[in-house]
Design a protein around this ligand. Structure first.
Ligand SMILES: Cc1cc2nc3c(=O)[nH]c(=O)nc-3n(C[C@H](O)[C@H](O)[C@H](O)COP(=O)(O)OP(=O)(O)OC[C@H]3O[C@@H](n4cnc5c(N)ncnc54)[C@H](O)[C@@H]3O)c2cc1C
Ligand code: FES
Ligand code: FES
Length: 372
């Protein structure tokens, strides 16, 4: 493989960083943000994708469309080497004492949704990513359904939910009444469009949450010799995966997609070679002949979106709507944003005791695995 730049490059809170041979494979995005970026607003607790304290917002090109998408991730699950071309925002960046707080932070405060505050950055960044990543205004029900990624031991959740629901397109009047006397109630009306928007419309670009700027991606393939003696490869197509396998010979290796499976089964020893396949276009697309053929590394989020669309467009696939409802209960949004079908199935294959919903669903509809 032609060796290009042997570092990964990414942005955190508007600052450019790179990482390479000075780090081992187990350095997570969470540790990098806190230790090297020195942004300690992003917390951690479980380090297995369960509590949401570590959630940050990412803007990155999608492997299949190259369009820039905004999505949340659990920074405790992401290897820093997977962040090539990412533009990452933490709670300090979206609003702070100096530049003023973001509307989500303000609402959480006004509704008394923060007590000890440990969970608050994660909640704020989950909500922020949700709004930024959506191309339309969110309903109360969607907001309520989306926060399964975050735990709070203090508030009992109601004030957090009310704070975030106040930003919905259809806010309940009881919820709005609680902020009647608060200055930022005016933020319900967009100063540019003059319409009700809850601070989430494109027209009100000065302060609104939706932002369509683009971030630049990274040249692939890459090969990085890590400080722990391991090799990290990032590839962009299936042929490069096989070229890499030829290159590494008999060394032990692991494919890395979303890297979320370690939240379910911790990785005690990494193999010598890691091959990042999260940017492989062929693996993240789908096509229709008489069957629906899903790319192995479609994320669960993309799979859900596809199921929703196809179930509406094509009568033969009406049942995908039911599968969508089931997938909506699998893990939570930040895991589904980067976790993939094949990653789940490979986990099931290596550990039959893992209660895989993906295996169950695909088996129920008689799906088969192909190598085309
Ligand atoms: C907090 C949490 C909650 C969860 N809840 C649920 C749940 O309710 N139900 C459920 O079913 N699952 C659940 N999961 C599991 C989740 O669905 C998986 O972690 C995810 O799908 C794995 O995908 P990944 O891309 O992150 O895989 P990775 O972690 O990147 O990879 C996992 C394994 O798959 C292999 N692999 C990846 N792609 C390929 C490929 N193309 N070919 C061959 N091998 C490949 C990798 O080499 C690795 O061995 C949960 C996970 C977490 C962290
Ligand atoms: S630290 Fe708990 S989800 Fe990341
Ligand atoms: S406010 Fe204390 S954990 Fe949520």
């Amino acid at each position: 493989m032609e060796e290009k730049i042997n570092r990964v490059k990414f942005i955190i809170n508007g600052r450019h960083y790179s990482a390479g041979e000075e780090f081992g494979v187990d350095l997570t995005l969470n540790e990098f943000i806190r230790r090297y970026g020195e942004y300690r607003g992003t917390k951690y607790m479980c380090r297995e994708g369960g509590c949401g304290a570590c959630v940050v917002s990412v803007r990155a090109p999608q492997p299949n469309t190259k369009e820039i998408a905004t999505f949340s991730v659990n920074s405790c699950l992401v290897s820093i080497m997977s962040c090539d071309g990412w533009d990452i925002s933490t709670v300090e960046y979206i609003g702070n004492r100096k530049k003023g707080y973001n509307i989500i932070q303000k609402r959480l405060n006004h509704y008394f949704g923060s007590q000890c505050g440990y969970c608050s950055p994660g909640f704020v960044m989950s909500m922020y990513s949700l709004v930024k990543g959506s191309d339309r205004h969110l309903t109360e029900a969607e907001i309520e359904n989306s926060l399964g990624s975050n735990l709070c031991r203090c508030t009992g959740y109601r004030p957090i939910l009310e704070a975030f629901k106040s930003l919905a397109v259809d806010p309940n009047s009881n919820i709005l009444r609680k902020i009647k006397d608060i200055e930022d109630i005016s933020e319900q009306i967009c100063p540019k469009s003059g319409k009700k928007c809850g601070g989430t419309c494109e027209a009100s670009a000065d302060w609104c949450l939706v932002n369509m700027n683009s971030a630049s991606g990274s040249d692939l393939p890459k090969k990085i010799s890590l400080a722990d003696g391991r090799l990290w490869y990032s590839v962009a197509d299936v042929r490069s995966i096989f070229d890499t396998l030829k290159d590494v010979g008999y060394k032990s290796y692991m494919l890395v997609a979303g890297n979320t499976a370690k939240g379910v089964r911790p990785i005690l020893f990494y193999p010598k070679v890691l091959i990042d396949i999260s940017n492989v276009k062929e693996l993240s697309t789908h096509y229709l002949d008489v069957n629906l053929v899903l790319g192995a590394n479609m994320t669960l989020t993309d799979t859900m979106h596809l199921f929703k669309v196809l179930s509406k467009q094509n009568d033969d696939f009406w049942y995908l709507d039911i599968l969508y409802d089931h997938l909506d209960r699998v893990a939570h949004i930040p895991v589904r944003n980067i976790g993939t079908l094949a990653g789940n199935l490979a986990l099931k294959n290596s550990d039959p005791c893992f209660q895989s919903d993906i295996f169950l669903l695909l088996d129920c509809v008689g799906a088969t695995l192909t190598n085309s």
